[in-house]
Design a protein around this ligand. Structure first.
Ligand SMILES: N[C@@H](CCC(=O)N[C@@H](CS)C(=O)NCC(=O)O)C(=O)O
Length: 214
């Protein structure tokens, strides 16, 4: 039977989120690498599939496609409800989304490759300036998440069950570490990351575990 495909890239944190969700739900998927450093996401062939020119992209055998990691994950969560990725309690669900949106709307987009490339092309930002820019926005978002986790976290970001908050947090912490971001001020984030990162579904989704990793 043909499998659905996930177009991604080993180090894309948005694709990493979807990989974790797929593993938690045990959905078999064919992974198709799109080499971001080689700008494959900007090529005409890929843009035919995803006009946004970004990964991840979900494609089903009947041709149905979906972009945006959170849209993909919420779609999969509705189609395959077990295990649920959002808390049942409406307030906890909203808090979970607060954390998720802080990462996916406030931190991740401004550190994206195309934004960093634009900073360099139009404003002459060198590697140091790009790193400082990234670290500034990670710090702003992590301060808000740390305060929230100090109240909401149990073993995981929201209580004791893995949720979409952990699915977004682990890739963002991976990115932060990759950029040499100092996590000392964020003990609750470090603890939630450590509790989730070594679970099998997270380990199998990790960048270094992907076939396209160098
Ligand atoms: N909001 C989108 C963001 C997707 C995104 O920015 N993907 C990055 C990789 S993490 C990308 O494709 N970057 C390519 C580029 O900037 O040219 C999502 O959650 O799917």
């Amino acid at each position: 039977m043909p499998e659905p495909c996930l177009f991604g890239y080993w180090r894309s944190s948005a694709a990493y989120r979807v990989r974790i969700a797929l593993n938690l739900k045990r959905i078999t998927t064919r992974q198709i690498p799109v080499h971001l450093q080689a700008a494959e996401q900007k090529g005409a062939d890929y843009r035919m599939l995803n006009p946004a020119g970004l990964v991840p992209l979900w494609r089903e055998p009947d041709g149905f496609t979906l972009a945006q990691s959170l849209a993909i994950i919420e779609y999969l969560n509705e189609k395959f409800p077990d295990p649920p990725l959002l808390p049942e309690d409406v307030r906890l669900k909203a808090i979970c989304r607060e954390i998720v949106y802080t990462i996916a709307c406030d931190i991740h987009p401004v550190g994206n490759l195309r934004v960093l490339e634009k900073l360099t092309a139009d404003y002459g930002a060198d590697a140091g300036a790009r790193a400082a820019w990234n670290q500034h926005w990670i710090a702003a978002g992590f301060a808000a998440i740390e305060a929230r986790l100090a109240k909401a976290a149990g073993r995981h970001a929201i209580g004791d069950r893995i949720s979409l908050a952990d699915i977004c947090l682990v890739p963002q912490v991976y990115n932060a570490r990759r950029m040499g971001f100092d996590l000392t001020l964020y003990p609750c984030i470090v603890s939630a990351d450590a509790a989730a990162r070594n679970l099998p579904a997270f380990m199998a989704a990790a960048p270094e575990a992907q076939a396209d990793a160098p």
